[in-house]
Design a binder for this molecule. Structure first.
Ligand code: FAD
Ligand code: PYC
Length: 417
């Protein structure tokens, strides 16, 4: 379709009250039974359904979402994408995601606005620099494009940043992953939803899962606010509510739910060419295509299910932002919001079978799951379809909390928790 045609089409639709648009996904009635049900219509849940249908031929499946698709963390996150984690298992899943992101727009025929603009992780003292340099070496061994920049090189890569040596936390260097960047969260969610729906997946919104039925240790169905469903397989992909859903089958998970907030400024001309993250001063920032600065910090330290954060975190992140970028001291903030993130003890996700036959968990992504969305869905679909974890999922099984084979990624999680 030519852009000329699009412009006329747009005008025509505007004049006739948008009667010609086609819905992007079907709004089916809930069926009484499915071969598998995914709880949670965020990016991970929809990606799981998409790959179940596309790669495993499972089309009699449903995604059940208590609100609207993408209304959870998928629609609330700051979309930073990178794969510069310390351990091999993490590099495998986040690299897999990075390579899927690169072609996802074309695959879904949806503009996900993928921008490989580069991600800087700053060091402010020699100890931090040593730890980050070690991570660069580990990254390179795993095929992650990581490099170390000194302060002058950081400044050249991101000119608005202050590298003033007299700052309270001076920037002494940074890691750079050039293939890291950002993309558009809504587009990803809608792209997966449209493609999954076209293959027969039922997406049921405004439908809360309120209970799960099991018999002799096996899943047999679930209760929802729109009726009961019979199914032998349930994938829980409920992010901040992972432990609430697990509780419905009597499963206690090593997960805590915390608020994580973000905010955006008034729009500016293009200024920040990359993503900047600092663990020590505790702020990260990128600039959206609309020109707004997208800013975040750490989790609120207390456990909560409120989708908002506390004011002292905002105050702290503003102080950190203006230390790194003094030119933003008079910038006005436009909006603030929060999400609930599910934090595991080793700051790594859980992609796992459980002691209940037919109940699978995908959660514990904490503050950093957006970047993994396509790989998480890909590996989780494989697990649900085959009842066996593949190479990518295996290190993230629940057993690691009893064997002690943890994937401790607190340093690379980038947002402290
Ligand atoms: P969600 O999108 O939250 O989907 C879960 C869905 O489950 C929700 O829509 C919810 O309504 C539904 N649900 C829950 N319970 C039920 C029920 N009983 N019945 C039916 N439905 C249910 N990650 C990064 O990699 N980079 C970032 O820059 C980044 N920034 C972040 C910034 C903020 C402020 C926040 C909050 C998170 C950030 N994250 C980031 C983390 C990232 O957003 C999440 O890890 C990821 O989006 C989780 O995706 P999901 O699909 O599992 O969860
Ligand atoms: O995991 O890179 C990340 C991240 C950035 C902001 C929130 N999470």
């Amino acid at each position: 379709m030519s852009s000329r045609f699009n412009v006329f089409n747009l005008l025509r639709e505007g004049l006739r009250g948008q009667t010609g648009w086609q819905a992007q996904w079907r709004e089916p009635e809930l069926k009484a039974s499915y071969d598998a049900v995914i709880i949670g219509g965020g990016g991970h849940g929809l990606a799981t359904a998409y790959y179940l249908a596309k790669e495993h031929g499972m089309r009699n499946i449903a995604v059940i979402e208590k609100g609207w698709i993408g209304g959870g963390n998928s629609g609330r996150n700051t979309t930073i994408i990178r794969s510069n984690y310390l351990y091999d298992a993490s590099a495998a899943i986040y690299n897999h995601a990075l390579s899927l992101w690169t072609t996802l727009g074309r695959e879904l025929n949806y503009n996900i606005m993928m921008s490989h603009r580069g991600v800087l992780n700053l060091a402010h003292d020699e100890g931090e620099a040593r730890t980050l340099k070690r991570r660069v070496e580990a990254n390179r061994l795993n095929g992650v494009d990581a490099e170390w920049l000194d302060a002058k090189q950081v400044k050249a890569f991101c000119p608005p940043m202050s590298i003033d040596e007299g700052a309270r936390y001076p920037v002494i260097g940074a890691t750079l992953q050039r293939t890291g960047g950002t993309n558009r969260h809504d587009a990803v969610v809608w792209g997966f939803a449209r493609a999954a729906s076209a293959m027969g997946v039922d997406i049921i919104q405004q439908c809360e899962v309120t209970g799960i039925k099991k018999k002799s240790g096996k899943i047999v169905g679930l209760h929802t606010t729109k009726g009961d469903i019979n199914t032998p397989k349930i994938g829980s992909v409920a992010a901040g509510h992972t432990s609430v859903v697990a509780n419905m089958v009597g499963l206690k998970l090593p997960i805590e739910s915390h608020p994580l907030q973000a905010l955006v400024s008034e729009p500016l001309k293009p200024l920040i060419p990359c993503v900047v993250m600092s663990n020590a001063v505790h702020v990260y920032v990128s600039q959206s295509d609309k020109g707004e600065l997208v800013i975040g910090a750490g989790i609120d330290p207390y456990v909560s299910y409120t989708q908002r954060g506390s004011f002292d975190i905002i105050e702290h992140q503003m102080a950190s932002l203006t230390e790194l970028f003094p030119m933003f001291s008079r910038l006005r903030m436009m909006r603030q919001w929060g999400g609930i993130v599910d934090v595991s003890p080793d700051a790594s996700p859980i992609l796992s079978r459980t002691p209940i036959d037919g109940f699978y968990v995908n959660g514990g992504w904490g503050t950093g799951g957006w970047k993994a969305t396509p790989a998480s869905g890909h590996a989780f679909a494989d697990l649900i379809a085959k009842d066996q974890p593949n190479e990518i999922a295996r290190p993230f099984s629940l057993e690691r909390f009893t064997t002690g084979n943890l994937v401790a990624e607190h340093g690379a999680a980038a947002v402290a928790h």
